[in-house]
Design a protein around this ligand. Structure first.
Ligand code: 8YV
Length: 334
């Protein structure tokens, strides 16, 4: 019999879901290091003798990691963002990359809204204040926040998740502005009742700004000191994209010095490390990268990644036609 393909499963996910890989493949299950993140050399050695891999955002794969991976043909990423993978390098090596869009859209939009509400109305700050025993006397102006209803919401990055946030904003009676590398079709703009504006107008006019754009060299620190200076000092900033789209030191400085009212962050440069400058602030709501983390959605993400890997390696009902490829064009014909 033909030897079965081998795949690397980078960590235990939902085991009853990933067990489907064993129907087709010999599965390499490695012990996750203490901190939850493999050293680059470990990623390279785990990729060396496999045909495919199922990975999460902390497995970074580029030229160095695939240098010895002669058999590698497919990498299924659990996540819609894939900035952990050097897609051009993988594509030219004939490695198909897949991601997990759609299944996490609504859950992530829900959480973006949760961070927005928590930051604007100072929910976590209020709880900390109360638990610290500071509620000693009743006062009329305790912890005044900013309204969502009737305000202007800016969305930077108007893909599936951005549109989900825009639809939620309609229910709050917000005006929605967006900026995106390409303008949406008019029908979609109408459905979201969202108005396309240029980047500076988005910064200047948003009472609340939500970041939902992919991370790339082009979007690195797109929110820097200069961008923050264009925002209203009363504004709220929410980031459910990637830490690297914000200059965190500039953000911490703006929050500390009254140039921005509040922020809600789910993502950071250098996760799981969070900068002390952010930890020291009261007017920022900090979450540990959990925007897609509902039980149902995390499970659906793993199921989609498993389907992708099985199909990418030529098995199952969609053999050769994985549901959500990222670089099918680059790999076709190789
Ligand atoms: C995941 C994410 O937590 O989908 C993404 O891009 O950042 C999150 O949904 C992450 O990718 C898990 O690997």
């Amino acid at each position: 019999a033909e030897p079965r393909p081998r795949v690397w499963l980078s960590r235990p996910l939902f085991e009853d879901v990933t067990d489907r890989l064993d129907e087709h493949f010999d599965v390499l299950r490695t012990a996750v290091p203490e901190a939850g993140v493999y050293a680059p050399g470990q990623v390279a050695s785990n990729l060396r003798d496999v045909d495919g891999a199922l990975v999460t955002l902390v497995e970074r794969i580029g030229a160095t990691e695939i240098a010895g991976a002669a058999r590698l043909r497919a990498v299924a990423n659990v996540g819609v963002g894939y900035d952990n993978l050097d897609v051009p390098v993988l594509g030219s090596a004939g490695v198909l990359v897949t991601n997990t869009p759609d299944v996490l859209t609504e859950t992530t939009a829900d959480f973006g809204f949760a961070l927005l509400m928590a930051a604007a109305r100072r929910v976590t700050e209020a709880e900390r204040w109360l638990r610290e025993g500071q509620w000693q006397r009743w006062s009329f102006d305790t912890l005044l926040g900013a309204d969502l209803h009737g305000s202007t919401l800016g969305i930077l990055g108007m893909g599936r998740i951005g549109q989900g946030i825009a639809r939620r904003a309609l229910g709050f009676g917000m005006r929605v502005l967006y900026h995106n590398r390409s303008r949406l079709p008019e029908a979609t703009e109408r459905e979201c009742r969202a108005e396309h504006v240029d980047f500076d107008a988005l910064l200047a006019n948003s009472d609340h700004l939500v970041l939902v754009l992919p991370y790339s060299p082009v979007t690195h620190h797109i929110i820097d000191a200069a961008a923050l200076a264009k925002m209203k000092p009363t504004a709220t900033l929410v980031n459910v994209a990637r830490g690297g789209v914000v200059d965190e030191l500039a953000l911490a400085d703006a929050l500390a010095n009254g140039r921005l009212a509040a922020a809600g962050l789910d993502v950071y440069e250098g996760e799981p490390r969070v900068r002390p400058e952010l930890l020291a602030l009261r007017n920022v709501v900090l979450a540990p990268h959990i925007a897609s983390a509902s039980r149902a959605t995390r499970r659906a993400m793993v199921a989609l990644a498993v389907d992708n890997l099985i199909a990418a390696l030529g098995y199952g009902p969609r053999a050769g036609d994985p549901p959500t490829p990222v670089n099918a064009d680059a790999v076709a014909g190789k």
